[in-house]
Ligand binder design. Structure first.
Ligand SMILES: [Fe+2]
Length: 486
């Protein structure tokens, strides 16, 4: 997920990957998958997902490590088809040609003099796959986007947009639904563990129209950011990066809660120097559900953001190597409130639910605007380890509305919302998620009614193999796999 940046140390991994994340060793096409129930008529397009799937697996590799593998499901006129492909990154191609592992568990070349190594590492693409301006990109936050052919999943190579993009590019860019612009950022933009954050804008035609940067209060792992109609929101939280630690064999990324939480808010059209920093209680988030602006009774402009907030980060230790507390390293839905017209530089963190979850998604047509509906992967009550086997529907008016769980022992991916059609009211449509049937060693694509997830899937697309645990994906309406063309 984070390329080699987190892998520059041989510090022990705080959690071991479970069998859900075990990679598969093949690529496959399936032209006609069995469908239980009925695929909704309006659901025509392709779900693209990505996740880590090392070509040459290592037992002790970090969960975020590994070659990206794409899994795509095309749903079209009641038919479901599937293809999976590794992303042909430079590292993947070099290892494939050599027929052996070239990198160790820490992501470093086993032998830096090995002539089989690629000239340049261009990342893994294992974190998210998104569409913009008619193109498809696999993302991982330490490198440039990797362009993918949407019909074949063929890797087309790194995209620098005519030389306008340099350095790391987030796995979580966000598109303003009103303008079609994609806003993005990159942390460690001045080199590994620097506090430099780049950011920019790509217009609806896919041209980079701004590429700028600022210096954050400290170097932090910034996995996601948020946009509103007029602002960008950068969470600089105390999961810090340190070259000094990395080069002395200590954890390169570590939890330093004494630094507190900092959140930078920058008007979208202002110079980078206008960024305003707010402070809050130490916490970590990987993901925003959404952020938006509203006014309070005094007429103050408020910026609000719903996030899946951890008390302590999972998967990373304290600076001295001690692991964080597992029970405090699970996330809940929390609302952040910033008073943009107030004099205080603190922000409010207010829990919205006690359900443990991650991977929040919403109806992307409302990105940056007040939303009503959101969905996220959730855990069973009483879970003591992070393992998502449910999907929760949160209604900002009614609170938690419904939860659907797969049978105990099975696992469920991030839920991706698909509107019923382009003009459907907010939240009306379907939620797509991949369920791993752990006993059977295979997976199903579930199609749920977004407004009635508790009733379970309206359609289930059955695979004969397991899709390993992954991170994120996108639904591209109208896109279709072409299985006849390799
Ligand atoms: Fe993410």
């Amino acid at each position: 997920m984070f390329g080699e940046t987190i892998l520059m140390s041989s510090a022990p991994t705080p959690t071991k990957r479970s069998s859900y994340f075990n990679p598969i060793s093949f690529e496959a096409d399936a032209a006609f998958l069995p469908v239980l129930g009925e695929l909704p008529e309006g659901l025509q397009g392709t779900l693209y997902r990505t996740g880590p799937n090392p070509q040459f697996p290592l037992e002790n590799a970090h969960l975020f490590f590994g070659d990206g593998m794409l899994h795509a499901f095309t749903l079209h006129e009641g038919r479901a088809s599937y293809r999976n492909r590794w992303i042909r990154t430079n590292a993947w191609q070099a290892e494939h040609a050599a027929g052996r592992r070239l990198y160790n568990a820490a992501g470093r070349p086993i032998n830096p003099e090995d002539p089989a190594l690629p000239a340049e590492d261009n990342g893994t693409g294992n974190t998210h796959v998104i569409g913009h301006a008619g193109r498809l990109f696999a993302l991982e936050e330490a490198h440039l986007p990797i362009e993918i052919d949407a019909a074949t999943l063929r890797t087309l190579g790194s995209a620098d947009f005519g030389g306008k993009l340099k350095g790391p590019f987030t796995a979580h860019p966000h598109v303003d639904p009103a303008t079609g612009e994609m806003l993005f950022f990159g942390y460690g933009a001045g080199g590994y563990f620097t506090p430099d954050i780049s950011f920019g804008t790509m217009n609806a035609a896919g041209e980079v129209t701004r590429f700028d940067r600022f210096i954050a209060p400290f170097s932090s792992m910034v996995h996601d950011f948020a946009i509103t109609e007029h602002h960008m929101v950068f969470p600089v939280l105390p999961l810090t990066g340190s070259m000094e630690r990395a080069s002395s064999g200590r954890p390169p990324f570590a939890w330093e809660p004494e630094l507190g939480a900092r959140v930078g808010i920058l008007p979208r059209n202002a110079p980078a120097s206008d960024i305003r920093w707010f402070e809050g209680k130490a916490c970590y988030i990987f993901h925003f559900m959404n952020a938006w602006e509203e006014r309070d009774a005094q007429g103050h402009r408020l910026l609000k953001a719903d996030v899946l907030q951890f008390e302590q980060p999972p998967l990373f230790p304290f600076a001295d190597g001690r692991p964080t507390d597992t029970l405090r390293s699970m996330a809940r839905l929390v609302r952040w409130t910033f008073d943009l017209d107030g004099t205080s530089n603190t922000f409010r963190q207010e829990p919205l639910d006690d359900l443990l979850g991650e991977f929040p998604r919403m109806d992307d047509r409302f990105t940056g605007r007040a939303h009503r509906h959101g969905w996220y992967a959730c855990q069973r009550e009483g879970a003591t380890q992070p393992s998502y086997d449910g999907v929760a529907h949160h209604d900002t008016i009614q609170g938690r509305r419904a939860v659907y769980h797969v049978p105990q022992g099975d696992r469920l991916s991030e839920p991706v919302f698909v509107p019923r059609d382009a003009d459907a009211p907010e939240g009306e449509g379907w939620v797509l998620a991949v369920a791993a049937r752990m006993q059977e060693g295979r997976s199903d694509l579930l199609v749920l009614d977004a407004q009635d997830i508790a009733s379970g899937p309206v359609a289930t697309v059955q695979l004969s193999h397991r899709v390993p645990g992954g991170f994120h994906g996108s639904w591209i309406p109208g896109a279709a796999l072409n299985l006849g063309d390799d």
